[in-house]
Write a protein that binds this ligand. Structure first.
Ligand code: PDD
Length: 287
């Protein structure tokens, strides 16, 4: 059997899965999503991802489509049906289907769509050589803490980065502050300090970021949650990015110029290792 998707209570062939044309996600981007990495059939950091889903839903006053334990069961059911051992599970919740009208519908059931995708870990080249980022203006709204499906500025920035032969776009405010990547959090290392933007409405609070911050505490490596400028990033010793699909990936070029030595730095490599060890621990604990 081919890959299945979950759509509002039914498991349907992925190629034929569809939602109503008046789903408010389709018409207004009125919804939120999560991407959870799956390694060896285990959902990595599942609870913090579900906490963030609850936060995003709460901020937008969208009801949970099913209760949290039920959602966990459905995620496992779809993974099993699709034989997903390594990749990501994507789930999105929209406010539901209603005649198009900006204000919230009086009574509507939120809609739930879940898909799985096989995905290999970042390639050896990405880890050994690092990736390039290109910078783009951050033109997003001021509630970036909500994991909204409204991603137009993010996709425009990513496309511009791809056209500049870069892996990711780093988003820069008018005052020169680097907030985050189009779908990743941004980090630099300077004078032995690991620096990343503080968790505010200005960025998405990445779950990989959250786990890594926790892990760094036990290493003795100095960590600072503060904004940094593009100039600081350009002159940093090391840089890297984090996300559920790539974990920790060294950034070795910004706008075509090398960062530090132009090779992944020792602190970045160490942080990637401790992050991967943490994933391995979660897998062992789940088995
Ligand atoms: N992106 N910042 C933005 C804007 C993101 O979209 C993401 C995640 C992150 C990293 O968050 P996390 O560590 O929880 O994955 C930061 C996902 C992977 C996506 O849109 O596909």
């Amino acid at each position: 059997m081919g890959r299945l998707a979950y759509v509002n209570g039914r498991y349907v062939p992925h190629g034929q899965a569809s939602v109503h044309i008046e789903d408010r996600g389709y018409q207004f981007s009125d919804g939120v999503y999560e991407v959870v990495p799956v390694v060896d059939g285990v959902l990595v950091d599942e609870e913090p991802h579900l906490d963030r889903l609850g936060y995003s839903l709460g901020e937008l006053k969208i009801a949970w489509p099913v209760r949290r334990p039920v959602l966990k069961l459905i995620l496992r059911e779809l993974m099993a049906k699709n034989n997903l051992t390594r990749g990501i599970i994507y789930f999105q919740v929209t406010r539901g289907v209603a005649p198009r009208d900006h204000k919230f519908p009086a009574s509507v059931k939120s809609a739930l769509v879940i898909t799985t995708k096989r995905l290999n870990p970042p390639s050896a080249a990405m880890i050994n050589d690092g990736v390039a980022v290109s910078t783009q203006p951050d033109i997003r709204w001021t509630r970036r803490d909500i994991k909204s499906i409204s991603l137009l500025p993010n996709i425009l920035a990513k496309q511009a980065a791809v056209e500049a032969k870069a892996f990711e776009a780093w988003l820069v405010e008018a005052d020169g502050t680097v907030t985050e990547g189009s779908s990743t959090n941004a980090w630099i290392v300077k004078g032995g300090e690991v620096i990343t933007y503080p968790k505010t409405n200005d960025i998405l609070g990445g779950i990989t970021r959250l786990s890594l911050l926790d892990l760094v505490k036990s290493t003795g490596i100095k960590l600072v949650e503060r904004s940094f400028t593009l100039d600081e990033a350009r002159t940093a010793d090391e840089a890297f990015l984090t996300s559920s699909s790539s974990f920790v990936v060294p950034v070795t070029r910004i706008d075509g110029k090398p960062v530090g030595t132009g090779k992944p730095g020792p602190i970045t490599q160490r942080l990637r290792e401790i992050y991967v060890e943490n994933v391995d621990r979660q897998i062992r604990a789940a088995k």
